[in-house]
Design a protein around this ligand. Sequence first.
Ligand code: ADE
Ligand code: ZN
Length: 319
Amino acid sequence: MPLPKAELHLHIEGTLEPELAFALAARNGVRLPFEDTEELRRAYLFEDLQSFLHLYYALMAVLRTEDDFAELTDGYLARAAAQGVRHAEIFFDPQAHTARGVPLATVVEGIARALDTSEERHGISTRLIMCFLRDQSAASAMETLQAAKPHLHRITAVGLDSAEAGHPPSKFREVYEAAGALGLRKVAHAGEEGPAEYVREALDILGVERIDHGLRCVEDHELVERLARERVPLTLCPLSNVRLKVIDVLEEHPLARMMDAGLLCTVNSDDPAYFGGYVGDTFHAVREALGLTDERLRELARNSFVAAFLEDDEPRRAR
Ligand code: ADE
Ligand code: ZN
């Protein structure tokens, strides 16, 4: 029986397996620049975050209808359930779809259709987190937030993702203020490729409750002490960090040291179709590579529920 756990850092578009990509391409008459699933899989050798994002956005061309988004999401939930996931907080990237002419309603209603049957079909409770693409303008993020108003009953929180370097959290101050005023909770990717200072900005300027990745906080001792003291959850993604060359090898991942420093760490899969494993595979990999004890793995699983946006509807860290 896999350890029951919550997944808190998962991009639904990053669960698009090559087989589904080709099936949807055929259904929707989209031509992919790859002959078959094997050739596509061979392209999954990334130099950095940007080289991954290039393929990640290109493959989204196959996602066109509500059915496509529902099938993508239900497929993820089935695979996650098999790995012990009992609760999933799922990111989606609306701007990556609306820019291709897919209406926001198609995206949200397709994903939501799968989420609505998730408890019954897969035993997984869910939340939906709408991410802004940080390499697009703040005005585009604000337009996206306004466009999402008819769908807010489906959305728990806002997030911030895509190419990090040169796009600090402070760029999105007004957008996050507006999201907070609409009753949305807040998270942001920070300290993946960007500096520790971006983690501070996400906390102090955006008022986020969790940091997605946050890995580079280890370069700033005072920041680590603060994150530990304030019990700010970090949604770490060790397999992603290796595949995107944020670290060289999994054996060098600072996860164990971060837990020793008192940080509230969780382990997640990020974009599992691209990075070689779902969250259960990730637990297994860190256990092997870092020699984590069963107690440490149970702590990670416990942390995932502590850090989740469950029952407690009050933001943990008021601005
Ligand atoms: N979008 C999908 N995966 C991402 C990641 N690891 N970092 C930033 N943006 C992303
Ligand atoms: Zn991510």
